[in-house]
Design a binder for this molecule. Sequence first.
Ligand code: ADP
Length: 192
Amino acid sequence: MNIIIFGPPGAGKGTQSKFIAKKYNLVQLSTGELLRKEIDNKTELGLKISTIINSGELVSDKIVSKLIEKFISNNTYKQRLIFDGYPRNIDQAVNLDKLLKDNNQNLDIVLKLSVSLETILRRILERKNQEKRKDDNEEIAIKRYKTYEKSTEPVLKYYQKSKLLNVVNGESSIMQISDEISGLIDSIKGWQ
Ligand code: ADP
């Protein structure tokens, strides 16, 4: 089972990815977390990434592709990945298809968490107090949302065409969302 979890910043992708990974013994591949690790390592690349993330823009496709390629080509993770934060634009979606194909894998489902901007801003500001992410302030959050609308939303159409897309109401409680997602995953024929 390879899954994409999709949605605006603060939609709860990370929370739900962790839940699915545990329940179905899959591996969460969060590009945001991988990029933040790079920043923590204080490498030259990390410094560059930090500037981009803190301006609410997308890191270059090339950098992110290198990160995910390592996971897709790792046989231990074969057909067990949850893509959390990838793809974020059409070029990345095309690249992901190619990488999966080259490694004899496919996508089984694309889940979109649907959440209003009002809820997003509230959650991001709440999260700021707990996780202290530099990009979690109102100004950058709005910029991130705009980047999402401009670059990432068009990716939905891409998956609509392949009939993989399922929309989940991301406004409900964490448990309700998890239940809805489990139902969708369980309904995929031939799984397990
Ligand atoms: P959120 O979804 O809440 O914005 P993430 O942790 O997924 O948080 O991502 C944080 C930041 O990392 C993004 O705003 C973006 O700058 C960068 N990033 C994450 N994934 C990608 C990607 N696939 N392509 C380009 N940049 C990315």
